[in-house]
Design a protein. Structure first.
Length: 353
């Protein structure tokens, strides 16, 4: 029994700590664009595709070639460049570098993103976060059931009346029932984004296979990155194919795919970087394939809405504030869970003589 009690205490404390970290980092990442302080970050997004094509050609042919370019959005007026070895830079929309870094540790918005999404552990961290989200869902559901028995004593408090274990448990249940819908939204969308087979819960059997099939890239090509590619021509080709779409990112070939990828966002899409995608041959720059996100199956379009809902990339400031409450509540509930599991344990009565 002592071993089981110790296992329960440490497991509950670790999960509480993970959820607190996810809630706190998520709170900041919801407002990431507003909290990234850099010159020209507030510039209005350039919509002229000729200017964007010229800027792309300049960045890809002058100085070190970036592995990817993320273009300015309506909320953030800078281009983000990613180089090999974790290096990166911000550039204005004319292509002039305004800030550079040699490691993500030099930019708080980058290491906070890595902590929230990967726990600094890559794919292993993804799995750990997914398991923590599943545990969080279990806690929310069981917490609602436990609260129902004590609903007559409900009292809304932002902080426990006392730092005793009983007060913390009561506060935990009462605050949890208030924010349960937001926690369910955050945890469910996060878990499905990590464990794609869970999409069957929302979209029915076979959803995961359909999503994988619909979002798969074209078959790899035996091609290496050519010299003197016309990057501006690729941008113009993408615009001609989808004239109403925003240019969102350009990426060099990954894992020997032999394909340069351009992602665009059409007006009806919620996903920040869109799922409208074009692939170009790495050796010649010729268009290989294109995918219109508006033509994707309904299940896949629904799946593409999960990340914007999770990260508050839709709905403007009002929805960002709502999801901020979710992150703050998760951080508070997780922290108090750690306190009650690890530090505020009930004392065992002294044995009688």
């Amino acid at each position: 029994m002592r071993l089981l009690d110790s296992l329960h205490r440490w497991t509950g404390g670790i999960v509480g700590l993970l959820l607190a970290v996810l809630g706190l980092t998520g709170l900041f990442l919801v407002h990431r664009d507003s909290l990234t302080f850099a010159p020209h970050a507030g510039d209005v997004r350039v919509t002229d595709m000729g200017s964007l094509a010229a800027t792309t050609q300049h960045l890809m042919t002058t100085g070190p070639m970036p592995q990817s370019i993320t273009y300015a959005s309506d909320d953030f007026g800078l281009l983000r460049l990613a180089y090999k070895g974790g290096k990166g830079a911000y550039a204005d929309q004319a292509g002039a570098l305004v800030m550079q870094w040699d490691s993500q540790w030099q930019r708080p918005e980058l290491w906070l993103f890595d902590l929230h999404h990967h726990l600094f552990m890559g794919e292993v961290g993804d799995t750990v976060i997914g398991l923590a989200a599943l545990c969080g869902l279990f806690f929310v559901v069981t917490g609602v059931l436990l609260w129902w028995r004590t609903r007559k004593t409900f009292a809304f408090r932002l902080w426990p009346a006392r730092m005793s274990r009983s007060s913390i448990v009561r506060h935990h249940r009462d605050l949890g029932i208030v924010v349960a819908p937001l926690l369910l939204l955050s945890l469910m969308t996060g878990a499905i984004l990590i464990f794609r087979p869970m999409a069957a819960i929302l979209f029915g059997p076979g959803a995961s296979a359909q999503i994988d099939r619909s979002l798969a890239a074209p078959p790899p090509r035996d091609a290496t990155l050519g010299k003197d590619l016309d990057w501006a021509a690729m941008i113009r080709t993408a615009h001609a194919r989808f004239p109403d779409a925003q240019l969102r990112s350009l990426s060099l070939p990954r894992k020997k795919s032999g394909l340069i990828t351009i992602r665009m966002k059409r007006p009806q899409e919620w996903l920040p970087n869109g799922r409208t995608t074009l692939w170009f041959a790495a050796d010649t720059g010729a268009l290989v394939d294109a995918r219109d996100a508006a033509q994707l199956p309904g299940t896949v379009r629904g799946y593409n809405m999960l990340y914007p809902l999770h990260a508050a990339k839709v709905g403007g400031l009002a929805y960002r504030l709502v999801m901020s409450l979710s992150g703050l509540a998760m951080a508070l509930l997780g922290t108090l869970a750690v306190w009650s599991f690890w530090f505020k344990r009930p004392r065992k009565p002294a044995p009688r003589r």
